[in-house]
Design a protein around this ligand. Structure first.
Ligand SMILES: [Zn+2]
Length: 206
C-alpha cells in the first residue's frame, strides 16, 4: 500500500472520522436524554468539521448579517429530523437546535416548514418569531435540560475530543499543504501572487 493510502487510512479514517463519530455519539446520548424528559421523538445528530450556522438556513439567495445567527453553529433540518452541528459547538447551541425540533413537533412539521420559509426570507434572525420563541423555551427549560450529567458529558468527554481533533486537524492540514506543494510546485507561486493581490486590494480600500 502506498504511503498516502496509509496516511488516509490511519490519520483521516482512523483518527479524524473516528473522533467525529465519537463526539456525535456523545451528543446523541445527551439528545436522547432530553427527548425522554420532554416526551418527544429523538432527532438524529450529525457532527461536521464544516462551518455551519443559521445565517442562510433553507434559502440559498438570502445571506443574513445578523450576528446572532452566526453564533448558532448548526442547523435543524426538519424533513429528516436532523441536527447538523459543527464539532466545536457548545451545549447551548445543541439545546437551541434541539428546541427547533421540539417546536416543529409541537406545531406540526408542515406548518413549521411553511413558517420557517417565510421568516427566513423576510426577516433577519433576531426578528424571526421562531427564534424568539426558542430563546424563550431555552430560558424556561435550561435548568431542566442542561443537567449536571449533560454538563459532565460535555466537559469530561466532548471537550477533550474537540481539543484532540483540533490538534490533529492542524497537524494533518500542514502535512497536506506540504504534500500539495510537492505535487503542484506552481501552487506556491499562485499563493504568493494571491497574497500580493490581497495586500494591494486592502491598500486600495484605505
Ligand atoms: Zn434557531
Amino acid at each position: 500500500m502506498s504511503t498516502i493510502e496509509e496516511f488516509i487510512r490511519s490519520e483521516i479514517e482512523g483518527k479524524v472520522l473516528r473522533l467525529v463519530r465519537e463526539i456525535e455519539e456523545l451528543y446523541e446520548e445527551i439528545v436522547e436524554d432530553w427527548s425522554t424528559k420532554l416526551s418527544v421523538s429523538k432527532p438524529a445528530v450529525l457532527v461536521t468539521l464544516q462551518e455551519v450556522d443559521e445565517c442562510n438556513e433553507g434559502s440559498a439567495c438570502v445571506r443574513d448579517v445578523d450576528p446572532y445567527c452566526k453564533s448558532i453553529t448548526g442547523q435543524y433540518v426538519p424533513d429528516s429530523q436532523l441536527i447538523v452541528l459543527n464539532y466545536r459547538s457548545t451545549l447551548d447551541v445543541l439545546l437551541h437546535l434541539f428546541l427547533h425540533h421540539v417546536y416543529a413537533q409541537q406545531i406540526g412539521l408542515e406548518r413549521y416548514k411553511q413558517i420557517r420559509t417565510i421568516e427566513n426570507v423576510r426577516l433577519p434572525w433576531s426578528l424571526r418569531p421562531t427564534e424568539i420563541r426558542i430563546l424563550n423555551m431555552a430560558k424556561r427549560l435550561y435548568n431542566v435540560l442542561i443537567s449536571q450529567r449533560a454538563g459532565k458529558t460535555w466537559s469530561d468527554h466532548i471537550k477533550v475530543r474537540i481539543r484532540e481533533l483540533d490538534d490533529l486537524i492542524h497537524k494533518i492540514t500542514n502535512t497536506i499543504h506540504n504534500y500539495a506543494l510537492s505535487t503542484m510546485p506552481n501552487l506556491q507561486m499562485r499563493q504568493i501572487a494571491y497574497k500580493v493581490h490581497m495586500r494591494r486590494d486592502r491598500r486600495s480600500d484605505e
